[in-house]
Design a protein around this ligand. Structure first.
Ligand code: CDV
Length: 312
């Protein structure tokens, strides 16, 4: 048996602060055209794919930073993407900044959506592991204010039955946390879509440069895929954005942990891999047959504890 889906990883090059959302969407539609020509059925776009990675900027005025968020999805800016994808019969994943009015409160999330091949939004995810800091930090070489601009996601890590498979989502820093994949793995996930914006140097350790950062990205994604018997597409926004360098290195990974496709540039670039969702079955039935091999009675600390408790 096989459940083949050709997947496009639509890496974006930089989006400068003054680039409009409709311009970013045109670039995504051009990648979608390529994906259609390649016969893709699903395309993964990056995290915060409509704007620059604005958490690097400290903006005090909320009227000013509101422009980076989407109040509804779809909206007129992204309509061309939804329409073209539905015309081509391509499902997609898209990351964006969300502002929501809930329980009389204004709430801000770093969000992604899963759209099926008819253009219908079938899932929404809100980033759980927000990296960085909540206040301006003069010690850093650049800011990473995700904890200032967003609150942690409140929907956990759901998965969705769609496109003849079981799909899950996460965002950027989530890929470094094994819990992200395992919670989805425990729901039988077969394909994880994830977008990222990863600075090419560590703002608190400048000697940690792009090579090491790419290594950590690959390491986390390949381990997550293998240990949970799932495909993972990890797709970057890359290049020099507002004078700050973001790594590329977008990859599509097989449940064996092997990289099937990798981006070569730091620009708009489509990578493609033919994913047979039935390739997950062997691993799910053997070495990672969770029902047979897991020992949750020994894993209590993972949910009972956040920080480290040292021995006496
Ligand atoms: N956007 C991110 O979540 N970026 C983080 C950086 C701060 C390390 C990442 O994990 O790539």
């Amino acid at each position: 048996m096989s459940r083949l889906i050709k997947v496009g990883g639509a890496q974006l090059g930089p989006i400068q602060r003054d680039e409009s959302k409709s311009s970013a969407v045109s670039r995504m539609v051009a990648l979608l055209d390529q994906a259609h020509a390649e016969g893709c059925g699903f395309v993964v776009f990056p995290e915060l794919a409509l704007t620059t990675f604005f958490p690097r900027h400290y903006i005090e005025n909320s009227d000013e930073f509101r422009a980076f968020y989407e109040q509804e999805m779809p909206n007129p800016d992204v309509k061309p993407l939804f329409e073209k994808a539905a015309e081509y019969g391509i499902g997609f994943y898209l990351g964006y900044a969300e502002v929501a009015r809930e329980d009389d409160e204004t709430r801000y999330f770093n969000t992604s959506i899963l759209v099926d091949q008819t253009g219908k939004i079938v899932g929404k995810y809100r980033k759980v592991h927000l990296p960085g800091h909540a206040e301006y930090d003069p010690e850093r070489t650049f800011q990473h204010l995700e904890k200032y601009y967003f609150e942690p996601g409140d929907v956990g890590f759901p998965v969705w039955r769609t496109m003849d498979g079981i799909f899950g989502m996460c965002l950027c820093n989530d890929r470094r946390w094994p819990e992200t994949y395992r919670v989805m793995g425990l729901q039988g996930v077969e394909f994880v879509a994830l977008g990222y914006n990863t600075p090419a140097t560590n703002s608190q350790k400048p000697e940690e440069g792009p090579e090491e950062r790419l290594f950590h990205s690959d390491l986390s994604v390949q381990a997550g895929a293998y240990q949970n018997a799932t495909f993972v597409a990890a797709i970057a926004k890359a290049g020099v954005e507002d004078g700050n360098h973001l790594i590329g290195g977008s990859i599509i990974v097989h449940p064996s942990g092997q990289i099937m496709a990798r981006a070569e540039t730091e620009d708009d670039e489509l990578i493609v891999a033919e994913c047979d969702l039935d390739d997950t079955v062997f691993y799910k039935k053997t070495i990672f047959d969770f029902a047979r091999h897991r020992r949750p009675e020994h894993y209590g600390r993972i949910v009972d504890q956040t920080g480290v408790i040292l021995p006496e």
